[in-house]
Design a protein. Structure first.
Length: 717
């Protein structure tokens, strides 16, 4: 069953115009060999991602071999800490036959890179990776053809290694990439089929290499959008409403205009104060007197689920098997629960920032964004320009997690740069970051299930509202099952949420896996069966069985029906093509409700692994981030007013929370590389809920599992 997330991404592909203008790359890039790749003929990509639209039929990947022999890879993907800056380079290096340190990456530049829908969904390795590898293969084919001409031998008599084309029978007869690219500039369009290397041929892929951005980020040399400085740069502070839905009634900027060096711009409801000193701009903004009409709040943290349930549309069956009525009649025990999760913020380290600079008739924008090409289209529309008149560049991005797919700060910076004819920076403060966030939506899941006398699941009636279907797919062998999805997915139906919601790392899957895996544990406990044994007994999925057994072996799992007072938990799931199984040990204070996660084991089957260290770091980061949504992260609000302005009230995971983390990458080289940026986070809510139950006998049905909720659940046992 395809999730609605997959369907929405496919619709996005269809709605956007991916056609690339054929820019004069030789003029821009200078000499060398530039290889254009016909996206429509990328058979490897089509085979590895049949559910996706292929990359644009215009050039969809570019590889340039410079006159110095260095290789530049151009990718519309961006680097926001996930490490694709090194893993994509590994793919290109291996297929070209060059050393990794010979590859330079240019990422997220709309003037230089191929169109890309954005960096999210753990898709860089899965979907752009095959296209890039095919491009590198074709670049190698071009170089071999040039080498054959240069050396006077047939192409099939040649091979490539370390940036050199040589005669296989006589390695002294050779020519380097630099020599082949050193003549007149040559642009070559290749559309013949590219045969990718097999795993046993890898020399660079499958190995761990240090991140090329690591040293700069540790020393502070790495540049983010807020670090960019231009002569005459103005810092903008903008008037913001007190709540979502508020409308501006009146404004008086007279006092702000008296500040020396201040420029006040009003364009419709956008009111900005600009100054070369950001603190002076902020001080002047405080002098603006404004009145807003603010709607009366009709919902808050306490009433949100009553509101959502009251307006939920009828859920649509997306996967139905057998008869739920028959399943219920076969059930020796029936279990019915409702699971809730509150709104969660993205809370990236780097707030949304952009710098805009008008040069002639071209608007140049440097933005912290996951989607440079959609942002380019948005800017062109807002400014009344053609897309060729807008260039978006993406410096390093300090975290996104799905929250930097919009670009309001970039639009504001560009409009102000056009109005002042000076470079302008718009950088959200932390309060603005919370206010304008597209939160992970509040959502709920209702499950009714049953098991027969043999402990086999015979009924599964599942309904999810407002989270979407990602992660709701049936992993267990249930003959009578229905999965219904409603609420408009993670964007919601009109009127459901008092503010904007959107994709949050593995959107929907955290909600669905929390509900599913909590409910599986409830059934196991009801049957008096060990949680691992119950899962293995009720699935025939070999990959799921593999990660469960691997995690159990590494954890040292010993069978025992919950609650056992040990504080052991288990949860598993599938996301982005990868299978994960987690086991954890927790310690719970009955007096305070504090939960300390002591250790977490994660087994992850992600197919062929490009950079093992990078994959481990991604999984570890998922586990640590997942502690937040599981235990403390909840956006407080009153109507459209966001009550959290900083991390003094919105509690993120701290170093003191850090458990012992052990990630095992399950070898599966028979499968192409799958996603690694999100799978390990999806199990954390269910994992900790199950461990709390094993420790205390208290079942938590609401995320986050705050100390107050834990205490209340224990008291109710």
């Amino acid at each position: 069953m395809r999730s609605d997330y997959d369907k929405e991404m496919e619709l996005w592909y269809e709605s956007l115009d991916p056609t690339l203008r054929r820019r004069d790359f030789l003029k821009v890039l200078g000499g060398g060999v530039v290889v254009f790749i016909a996206g429509g003929n990328l058979t490897a990509l089509a085979e590895m991602a049949p559910q996706r639209r292929s990359y644009p039929t215009e050039p969809s990947a570019y590889v340039r071999i410079g006159t110095d022999g260095r290789v530049t890879v151009f990718s519309g993907k961006i680097e926001m800490g996930q490490g694709v800056i090194i893993s994509l380079a590994q793919m290109a290096a291996d297929e070209l036959g060059i050393a990794l340190d010979s590859v330079d990456m240019v990422m997220g530049d709309t003037d230089l890179c191929p169109w890309d829908m954005g960096t999210f969904g753990s898709m860089s390795t899965r979907f752009f990776g095959p296209a890039l590898r095919a491009g590198a293969v074709r670049a190698r084919q071009v170089l071999v053809a040039l080498g054959a001409e240069e050396l006077g031998v047939p192409a099939d008599a040649l091979d490539v290694e370390d940036g050199t084309v040589f005669v296989k029978a006589d390695r002294t007869k050779k020519v380097t990439f630099a020599e082949l690219a050193g003549g007149e500039p040559l642009a070559t369009f290749v559309d013949e089929e590219a045969i990718l290397k097999s795993v046993d041929e890898f020399k660079v892929m499958g190995r761990s290499f240090p991140r090329t951005d690591g040293a700069d980020k540790v020393t502070g040399a790495a540049e983010f959008a807020a670090d960019l400085k231009f002569p005459g740069l103005l810092h903008a502070r903008l008037l913001r409403p007190p709540a979502h839905g508020a409308t501006l009634k009146s404004v008086d900027a007279t006092a702000a205009e008296r500040f020396p060096g201040v420029i006040v711009i009003r364009e419709g409801d956008m009111i900005a104060v600009l100054h070369e000193d950001p603190e002076a701009a902020a001080a002047a903004l405080q002098e603006i007197k404004a009145e807003f009409d603010t709607p009366a709040p009709h919902v808050d943290n306490d009433s949100i689920f009553e509101h959502l349930m009251g307006m939920a549309p009828e859920a649509e069956a997306q996967d139905e098997r057998g008869s739920t009525a028959e399943g219920e009649s076969l059930s020796a025990q029936v279990f019915e629960e409702t699971y809730l999760n509150h709104y969660v913020a993205h809370a990236p380290m780097e707030p949304h920032t952009a710098v805009a600079k008008l040069e002639g008739d071209k608007m140049n924008v440097w933005a912290s964004t996951q989607t440079p090409f959609p942002l380019q289209s948005q800017l062109a529309r807002e400014l009344g320009l053609t897309e060729e008149q807008v260039r978006v560049r993406t410096p390093f991005v300090g975290g996104g997690f799905g929250g930097k797919t919009g670009g309001s700060q970039a639009v504001e910076a560009a409009k102000l740069a056009a109005a002042t004819n000076r470079p302008v920076q718009v950088a959200f403060n932390r309060s603005e970051e919370f206010f304008y966030d597209d939160f992970r939506p509040a959502a709920y899941v209702k499950i009714k299930s049953g098991i027969d006398d043999a402990g086999k699941i015979c009924l599964w009636d599942y309904e999810v509202q407002y989270a979407g279907s990602r992660g709701s797919e049936q992993l267990y062998s249930v003959p009578n099952s229905v999965i219904r999805v409603g609420g408009g997915g993670w964007r919601g139906v009109p009127g459901s949420h008092p503010f904007s919601t959107g994709a949050w790392r593995a959107p929907g899957a955290n909600t669905n896996i929390f509900a599913k895996e909590s409910h599986i544990d409830i059934m196991a406990a009801g049957a008096g069966v060990d949680s691992l044994e119950f899962r293995l007994k009720n699935t025939e999925d070999e990959r799921l069985i593999g990660v469960l057994k691997t995690a159990a072996d590494r954890f040292g799992w010993t069978p025992g029906a919950a609650p056992s007072s040990r504080g052991f938990g288990i949860a598993c799931g599938v996301d982005a093509g990868s299978y994960v199984a987690h086991m954890a040990e927790v310690e719970v204070s009955a007096s305070t409700g504090h939960v300390q996660v002591k250790r977490v084991v994660c087994a992850q089957d992600m197919g062929t692994v490009i950079n093992p260290d990078g994959a481990l770091m991604q999984a570890e980061g998922c586990i640590m981030m997942g502690l937040g949504y599981a235990l403390t992260e909840e956006v407080r609000f009153r109507g459209g007013e966001i009550l959290d302005h900083n991390f003094d009230t919105y509690e993120l995971p701290r170093f003191s929370w850090l458990p012992e983390i052990d990630v095992v990458l399950v070898e599966n080289d028979a499968l192409s590389p799958q996603g690694g940026g999100e799978p390990a986070i999806i199990c954390m809510g269910g994992l900790i809920a199950n461990a709390i139950f094993d420790a205390t006998g208290a079942r938590l049905l609401t995320l986050p599992m705050t100390p107050d909720r834990v205490k209340a659940a224990i008291a109710a046992v």
